[in-house]
Structure formats: C-alpha cells, structure tokens
Design a protein around this ligand. Structure first.
Ligand SMILES: Cc1ncc(COP(=O)(O)O)c(C=O)c1O
Length: 432
C-alpha cells in the first residue's frame, strides 16, 4: 500500500502538532498514522488514493456511514439560519423529545459535545443528588479521558493489585492521585464483589457506572443476571446505576443496551452514533435526578451545548435510525451478523483459534485466548501479535479496522462490502 503522501503530511504535522495527531488514540496506526481525504457511505479514501472498506467509522459516530445525506441536508438547512445563540432554539426541544421517545431511562435530557463531558456531568449529578462521593467502576472500561473517569482502563497486570480489589491506577501522567480516593474498582461480571463494595462502604456509594457491554475491551457481554443484579444492588443501597452508552446507544438497539437487555438505569450517557458524525453527547435519565440540573443546584454548562446545527444533526440521525421500525439499524445488524459468523467460520476452516464477540454493529475479534474471557484480566490472555499481523494484512487488502480488534458496522455497508471483506479476511488469516 502506498503511503507517500500520508508520510509527507505526517512529517509536516509533527512540526506543529505533538505526535502529528490530535487524539492520542490515533497514534498506534501502522505503518504510520494515515491521512484521509474523502469518505462516502461505507468507504473511505486516504490521501494516497487507497480505498478502504471502513469498519472504524470514526470509532463509532458514523453509524449511518460517511456523509449521510439526511444528516447533511438538515445541517445545511440550519447553517443558513443560524449557528448558536447562547439561548434556546426550537430544534433542541425536538432533539430532546426524540431521545426521550427512544431511550427507556430518558425522562429528561441535557446535551453536551463529547462523551467524556457527558460522563463527567453524570458523575457530578449522581454525587450531587445522593450527597455521597464514592463511585464503583470496572477494570478495563473506558469512560473518556477526564480526570475523574480515566482510571484502570488498561493497567499492567503486575501493577493491577488483587483481582477482588484492584489498585486504582491512573492512565495518564498528570492525573491527581487523590481523585482515586472516591473510586472503588471492581472486575466486571462479578456481582458478589460489587455487593462486597456496598458492604465495605455503607451509605457512601453514589453510583455504579458501567459500559453495559465491554465494547472497548474485547466485546465482552454481561453474564446473564449481571446487569439485573447491579440494578437490584443500586436500588437496595440508594445508589444510582449509570450506563455509559456512548458506544452502545442507538446502536445495540434503537433504545440502546438498556432496551436490548431490559435493564433500566437511573442515568445514561450517550454520544457517537446519536448525531451521525457531529459532536453531540447527552446525559439522559430519570426526572427526579435530572431536575437537579434545572434547579441550578448542580452545574451542567457549556458554550457549545445544544448548538443548532448539532441539534439538527441529532434529530436527522435519530429519525433516520428509528423510522420504518428501525429498518436501517436492522440492516447494519444483518451485515454485522454475517461478518461475525463469516469470520468465525473462515478461521475455523483455516484451523485458527478466533474469538468473535459482542453485538453485530460493534463486535470484537481476537485470537488464541487461553482463558474464558469474562473481564479485563481474562482478556489479557489473547495473542496481541497475531491480531496485529491480521490487522495489517486486512489493511493491505482494503479493509480498515481499529487496531485493537473492535469492528464497527454501519447502515451503509452493503452485501458486496461484506463479501469483499470476507475475501480479505480469508487472506489475512494466513498471517495469524
Ligand atoms: C464508553 C465510552 N465512554 C466515553 C467515551 C468518551 O467519549 P469522547 O471520546 O466523545 O469524549 C468513549 C469514547 O470512546 C467511550 O467509548
């Protein structure tokens, strides 16, 4: 694959931007962070003219594919009449009503711009309304890069502490150590250890915060009864259950993972798929808690919150995803299911040990796991080098995926894309 123009741009970018990038997660691309100049539907073209079938989808926002027409039309219309007012616009009421219509826990909504911000706001709200400070969170989950949330995402196992009570570990240099005083870290999928946390800190836990599926770590699904058990524990102990649906929202089903699993949290955070590629996030939840923002006793703010073009994008994206009984979303699920089954079958036929987990529009592939994967630590038994070779061979064959094994599938992927992708998978498996 030719990367000459990307290389020249990368070298130029490195002179003015640290690392040549604007989000640290984009650095681990091989042979170097590439530059792209066009995206349409399920395909993207880099500056060297290489065409890729895209399963990165901007790491999730492009559930409707690149440049989705209904979203762009709505944004263009809005651009002509106004951007933002530091006041309210009618379109934000439409957007909030759409979220309330679709999401089980959403009696009320507040919009912001990124998932990290929404998580930050939800944590503050949970602490504010309960008057408690401790939050239970799970090892290996990603909730954005803000100081209160950026802990124990990928701790080195030799520093991670005991499995039943992991040591709080910041992900970045520069984080304040005392922030961890209010965190209680637990392995995922082990209800008894969450219960033990409630016993250890009676009346002190404000919230349990979880990704309902570990999309950022192996596509690990909740064990039957785990999410239901968290719901019961939170209710029993007067803590709020927060689902971080930044990836699962409007994707796993139109009402998110909470609808898919039939477990309703008190608060949930959304971003990515909700605005078809525009920067919108939301805190949604029960009115009895959300109203504290409205009473101004707990602050949620932001200059760019609910700006009109982003709200127009939200209404258009959620309408496109939900209309005709969510026909577009069902198509993405069908394409994703074919990919999941196809990859598993090709690997089996080739005598490779592959693990394809998660849900069709956001699944995960890994190789040669030596343990049954139920949480962060067991997922560390995978063969990372094998996946890196598989990933590079896929890219050589025109299939663009996230280096750590996560695949996003959009409503724009076609049967032809799936067939071509599986041909590339068959070739790439030779490298495993
Ligand atoms: C589950 C989850 N929460 C929060 C975030 C942070 O969102 P953002 O990158 O928009 O700040 C992400 C981002 O990938 C995420 O996957």
């Amino acid at each position: 694959m030719k990367v000459d123009r990307s290389r020249a741009l990368y070298e130029r970018a490195c002179k003015t931007c640290p690392g040549g990038i604007h989000s640290n997660v984009r650095k681990n691309w091989q042979p170097l962070p590439l530059f792209y100049e066009r995206g349409q539907g399920s395909h993207v073209w880099d500056v060297d003219g290489n065409e890729h079938i895209d399963y990165v989808l901007a790491r999730g926002p492009l559930l409707l594919g690149h440049s989705p027409k209904p979203v762009l039309d709505a944004v263009r219309k809005q651009l002509d009449v106004g951007l933002m007012y530091a006041g309210q616009s009618p379109i934000e009421v439409d957007a909030a009503e759409k979220v309330v219509e679709l999401v089980p826990c959403a009696e009320m909504v507040r919009f912001s711009n990124s998932g990290s911000e929404a998580v930050h706001g939800a944590l503050r709200l949970a602490r504010g309304v309960t008057g408690r400070m401790k939050v239970v969170r799970f090892e290996g989950q990603y909730h954005g890069w803000f100081d209160s949330a950026f802990w124990n995402y990928a701790p080195p196992l030799d520093k991670a502490g005991p499995r039943d009570d992991p040591t709080p570990i910041p992900v970045s240099r520069g984080q304040v150590a005392t922030d961890s005083e209010n965190l209680v870290i637990r392995p995922w999928n082990d209800l008894s250890l969450v219960e033990q946390a409630f016993q250890r800190y009676p009346g002190q836990i404000a919230a349990v915060k979880t990704e309902p599926i570990m999309c950022n770590m192996g596509g690990i699904l909740p064990k039957p009864g785990f999410l239901e058990g968290l719901r019961e524990l939170c209710t029993k102990h007067g803590a709020l259950l927060i689902f971080d649906e930044v990836i699962t929202g409007f994707r796993v089903s139109i009402g998110g993972a909470q609808q898919h699993f039939g477990v309703t949290p008190d608060l949930a955070t959304f971003a990515k798929a909700m605005a078809g590629g525009f920067p919108v996030s939301a805190i949604a939840g029960k009115a009895e808690y959300m109203n504290a923002f409205g009473e101004l006793t707990i602050t949620h703010a932001g200059t760019y919150n609910s700006n009109a073009p982003c709200m127009a994008a939200t209404v258009a994206a959620l309408t496109a995803l939900s209309e005709n009984d969510a026909a577009l979303l069902r198509h993405a699920h069908a394409m994703g299911k074919q990919l999941m089954d196809g990859i598993a079958k090709l690997a089996k036929d080739a005598g490779k040990q592959a693990h394809v987990r998660g849900v069709p529009p956001a699944f995960h592939v890994s190789f040669n796991e030596t343990e049954e994967v139920v949480d962060y630590r067991t997922f560390q038994s995978r063969d990372k080098d094998a996946y890196a070779r598989f990933w590079a061979a896929l890219q050589e064959n025109g299939v663009r995926t996230i280096p750590d094994g996560l695949w996003f599938v959009s409503t724009a992927h076609t049967q032809q894309d799936v067939d071509k992708t599986l041909e590339a998978v068959a070739k790439a498996l030779k490298e495993v």
